[in-house]
Design a protein around this ligand. Sequence first.
Ligand code: ADP
Ligand code: ZN
Ligand code: ZN
Length: 816
Amino acid sequence: MAYFLDVILPLPLERYFSYSLSDADAQAIKSGMRVAVPFGKSKLYTGIAVGVRENIEVAYEIKDIEFVIDQEPILQEGQIRFWEWIASYYMCSVGQVMKAALPKSLLLESETIILRNEETTAVDDELTDSEFLIIEALENRKALKVEDVMGILDRKTVLPILKGLLEKDLVFIQEELYNTYKAKTEKYIQLSQEYADEEVLRELLDSLTRAPKQRQAIMTLFMMRAGNRLVKSKDLETRAGVSRAVIKSLVEKSILLETEQEVSRMLMDVESGNELYVLNDSQEKALAEIKTSFENDKTVLLHGVTSSGKTEIYVRLIQEMLEQGKQCLYLLPEIALTTQLISRLQYFFKHQVLVFHSKYSLNERQEVWSLVLEAKEPYVVIGARSALLLPFRNLGLVIVDEEHETSFKQFDPAPRYHARDTAIVLGKLKNSKVLLGSATPALETYYNTTIGKFDLVELKHRYGNVLMPEINMIDIKEKHRKKRMTHHFSDSLIDHMNHAFDQGDQVILFQNRRGFAPIMECNTCGHAPQCPNCDVSLTVHQHRYQMRCHYCGYHTIIPLACMACSSSDVDTKGFGTEQIEVEFKELFPSRKIARMDLDTTRGKYSYEKLIDQVESREVDCLVGTQMLTKGLDFRHVSLVGVLNADAMLNFPDFRAHERCFQLLTQVAGRAGRTEKRGLVLLQSYNPDHRILQQVSTYDYSTMFTEQLEDRYQFKYPPYQRLIRITFKHRDYNTTLQAGQWFVNALNQIEHGVEVLGPEFPPVSRIRNLYHVHALVKMGKKHHPETIKGFISKVRRSFESIKQFRAVRCNIDVDCY
Ligand code: ADP
Ligand code: ZN
Ligand code: ZN
């Protein structure tokens, strides 16, 4: 009997690829196991087995699989079906979803590397000639790529030979193929048995009087060991205040004994407790309403003002699920995954909290993957968007906090999925409850509550009945006229800042632009330095004395004179967080300020450090971009100042007003979270703008009604669905023609939907590639599957056109 295996490859292929299987492999293999398979001329890939069948009809030559990697599936039942849904809805390949889902350490990339297994010896007469050549080469070169092997043997089919070497255990194929996962170990230290006797120990200490450091180390260890606990070498170093060398010399003298033990990366020492907070009446009521809706299998939107205590409600729901032995998923925007929140959850749920975060290492992510897969215990996984793709079993609850955040939408590469919407689908597949939470719900989400698709639960007051901060508008046009501005600060803002500082409070300043100034311009000839790769001007970063491109990272030093006319009369236009920092230092020389933006938060813990600085009140003021708006909970911030509220209103984007409302409401929500009512000052040139008025009166509902009306008028979501097709190429004309061809081809089909474009977006060239957009708008009466089918069909023809071969074509369903 012949057997064939359908395999998902980590590539943008429309279908699964089939391979032939030996009888033994066909018996052993299960859907969801990894297999190593050849693809293309000489490449090996890790694929996922979908299923075995006995007959096949394909137009390509069927190859054998190389070998089966796993003994057990690494996916959960139904997970491939979920991937298939994502691929079909977001118009990409299942392989692309797989690539996004699996931690990199579970995937073999094409540049396979072969290594010599040092633990075995090769017996020459047991080797074939080819094998001998490879082993010989490996003695000299340590590592070879598959390509190198082809060169050495001067042939293309080298996989059987490599397989032979693998079976003889003489080589490894790039460790990653099996596992790059390494358990984390920790060194522990103890006193040698012979010093257990106090008398002997005393003699030892006496003999060490001339080595005070070593003596100190032993005494400290003696004290630390009091509770009979194992002592970590590192802890001993810190507690005794000695260096690693001191410990090492004691180990060498066999006075101390050091052992290495495997520890879980996830089982951190955390402060823990069991007592949940007592919910107040509104929280109790909201919790009860949520549960009722869950019983009716409804997705719930929890619309609770900032600091109303949504998190405590989540904690309750999670606790109940864990007690029933069910898993929970708690999704947050990447940046809101702060230690503040993680420790709050760990306080209750201890090691049952698993964190899945892009700043964590591959090993840490693989450990979460394995723990979730094995599900020996119920866990609550707290993570950013991709945590959705973990191998969940028995998933009881999915929470999407800050559900309005646009960063839930994956932009590049495919799958371009929206984590909130995909979470709802996952909930359906897994029969789990889904709760969305926000103080400023996305228009689409709130709309769904008005048409009965979701249930709405509200929390209208802050926890502890603290009043919502008072929001005042400051007309900076007026202030400029009356000469009451110092740099970008109005007199009122300065007065209130001084007042706050005098009270011992902290201040948050918001300016949604990083760097010093977005433009540098010559006053003589008007020249402004542009990025050589992108169609944007370079941002001045005075701090590092650079001009930087925010699209491609290009940077250069700040020129002393205009590069076009050599005039030294150059000026900056606009302002960013760096400039505010500089001005602050001038205006408040005795106060400390910290800056939170992309430039100051690149390192693994830099974001945490900034938060610590604010919490421990090392700084009086925090200036930052929209990062500030992501769920931070500081206790001593009484004033929030927005330096220019207009900047966000003028984007050419149908969501600009909604987003401005959300950002400003969220940043305002950082003020006065504990006892005293906070104050927010919004500086603006258009204080009468309706969005700013709605922000200052906390009028979500008017904002909602008005924006919804606009969306209806101009045919945008939630009334229409959007699919954006982007074309990218080095050449201006080719890009435009590609877009034109696509739109024409699509319009030749009787589809009845509106197709806009092709047109160049505001930034039309990035990293030397021109961008052209086409937008497909589908109304309620259209069947999205049908339209997507047409688009796919056109894409297939498009890809076969020679002239457009080098044009990249991305499809973004429900684009942002
Ligand atoms: P939200 O997520 O709605 O912005 P949080 O859940 O962060 O609000 O709650 C705001 C503050 O109120 C937090 O400092 C939190 O510890 C506190 N809080 C909320 N609910 C309770 C409660 N039931 N008992 C004590 N403190 C609470
Ligand atoms: Zn000039
Ligand atoms: Zn650039």
